[in-house]
Design a protein around this ligand. Structure first.
Ligand SMILES: Cc1cc2nc3c(=O)[nH]c(=O)nc-3n(C[C@H](O)[C@H](O)[C@H](O)COP(=O)(O)OP(=O)(O)OC[C@H]3O[C@@H](n4cnc5c(N)ncnc54)[C@H](O)[C@@H]3O)c2cc1C
Ligand code: SF4
Ligand code: SF4
Ligand code: SF4
Length: 386
């Protein structure tokens, strides 16, 4: 039976919950707001399936993965889709292809209370709910079971999530399906739903109105200098430089991410998915022609022949093949994770007693300062080159 001895060895994928034949496991929030499995001993028959399926005990390695992934840079040709997508909007193009084959797409959306959960959609209108990175851990619920049912009935499925969520799904299924496509995102960690809840409540109090939408990566100020925007029931809307919000400062300094993230075992190549999608950070240095308009450029890494064949069939995206090493240079989270923020525990211990802005300013100053220094060094280098 599954038991969590080290929190760093549970990514919260919910594969164990989905696998249990007795429905004996539920995901329960810890004091930091991250969910971990808890077994009801009355229901458990000690079959061991939950342990077997956990990607930390038995990572299922997809077959036929390229030894060297193929890299592309590009974007969705539909300007409206590109505008509501985080990077270049390649996700929507892949998802649309699956929906047009009468398939379903499973990815992260907001529920009615702006909690981030995984859900399944089968039409282009609902697909829009998946657009945009939601920087908080998504709750998988019972989607692995639903996906298996669809796959067994011959329905095409695209699953999109963090690398560990895809790994959990692969383990849960335990075999290859011709009708399954998987797409992970470049991931440098998922923030705590408890921190997100606190931030939403603070914003609602400040504005005396219920939040109805949050966009972590609004492109009103461009893709690279993105904004954070909020919409309230009162019709008030705000957008400010994302890096000025306490929520994004916390995320970008890795202070509120899950225990498993700083030692992420899924950040590697080859990845056991069909595609990896990310922002093409560093594009100006290696392929400047792929960012002439600052409207968003996707980095697409393809890991299987099946994935590559699908990509060649897409007519609504512009894609240019790139050198893999050059393309991933500006995006370190593809291959490894930065060490844990040393103030993480202090940050969480103060979460109940102070407002987010105060705690973030107290505990992320050093790393933000480091970022400023790094940026200044980069600017100085550029000036010296001229
Ligand atoms: C927590 C997180 C951290 C990330 N870190 C990086 C990074 O360090 N470097 C980088 O290059 N890119 C990172 N990304 C990925 C990037 O922001 C884009 O999601 C990706 O490039 C796809 O963009 P798009 O324009 O193709 O489509 P979009 O329409 O923006 O794609 C949205 C896709 O992201 C998925 N998604 C959104 N939120 C979540 C979530 N909370 N959990 C799981 N899946 C989610 C949706 O299911 C959907 O498939 C991160 C994304 C998330 C959610
Ligand atoms: S051992 Fe079997 S019955 Fe018990 S919790 Fe795990 S999967 Fe469920
Ligand atoms: S299967 Fe997923 S949620 Fe369950 S213990 Fe393993 S990592 Fe955690
Ligand atoms: S950093 Fe690794 S463990 Fe954390 S959410 Fe991303 S893939 Fe999962």
């Amino acid at each position: 039976m599954i038991s969590i001895y080290e929190k760093s060895k549970c990514c919260g994928c919910s594969a164990c919950v989905n696998k249990c034949p007795k429905n004996a496991i539920r995901m329960v929030e810890d004091e930091y707001g991250f969910k971990y499995p808890q077994v009801d001993l009355e229901k458990c028959i000690d079959c061991g399936l939950c342990e077997k399926v956990c990607p930390y005990n038995n990572e299922y390695n997809k077959k036929n993965v390229f030894e060297k992934s193929i890299a592309y840079g590009g974007w969705n040709k539909d300007e409206n889709i590109r505008a509501i997508s985080t990077s270049g909007g390649v996700f929507t193009s892949i998802a649309k292809y699956i929906i047009e084959k009468d398939g379903v797409v499973c990815g992260a959306i907001y529920d009615n209370d702006l909690n981030v959960v995984h859900d399944m959609v089968d039409n282009l209108d609902d697909l829009k709910k998946m657009n945009g990175s939601k920087y908080v851990q998504s709750d998988m619920k019972d989607n692995f079971r639903k996906i298996k049912e669809k796959l067994d009935n011959g329905v095409y499925v695209l699953f999109s999530g963090t690398p560990c969520q895809v790994s959990g799904l692969n383990s849960f299924l335990g075999k290859e399906y011709e009708n399954l496509y998987t797409c992970d995102i470049v991931c440098h960690g998922v923030p705590s739903p408890k921190v997100f809840e606190k931030y939403k409540k603070e914003l609602e109090k400040e504005n005396n109105s219920k939040l109805v939408d949050i966009n972590f990566r609004d492109k009103v100020s461009g893709w690279q200098g993105y904004s954070f925007s909020t919409k309230f029931e009162s019709k008030k809307t705000f957008n400010i430089n994302a890096q000025k919000t306490s929520y994004m400062k916390a995320f970008l300094s890795d202070i509120d991410i899950r225990d498993s993230c700083p030692t992420c075992k899924f950040a590697k190549l080859p990845r056991f998915t069909d595609f990896t999608l990310g922002d093409f950070w560093g594009v100006d240095e290696c392929y400047p022609d792929l960012n002439l308009d600052n409207k968003g450029t996707s980095l697409v890494l393809v890991h299987t022949e099946k994935g590559n064949e699908l990509l060649q069939k897409l007519t609504d995206v512009y894609l240019q093949k790139c050198d893999l090493e050059k393309a991933i240079k500006g995006n370190p989270s593809i291959l490894k994770h930065l060490p844990a923020n040393k103030n993480r525990e202090k940050f969480f211990n103060e979460l109940e007693s102070n407002d987010l802005d105060t705690i973030v300013n107290k505990y992320t100053k050093v790393s933000l300062m480091k970022k400023v220094i790094r940026k200044s060094k980069r600017i100085a280098k550029k000036i010296l080159k001229k």
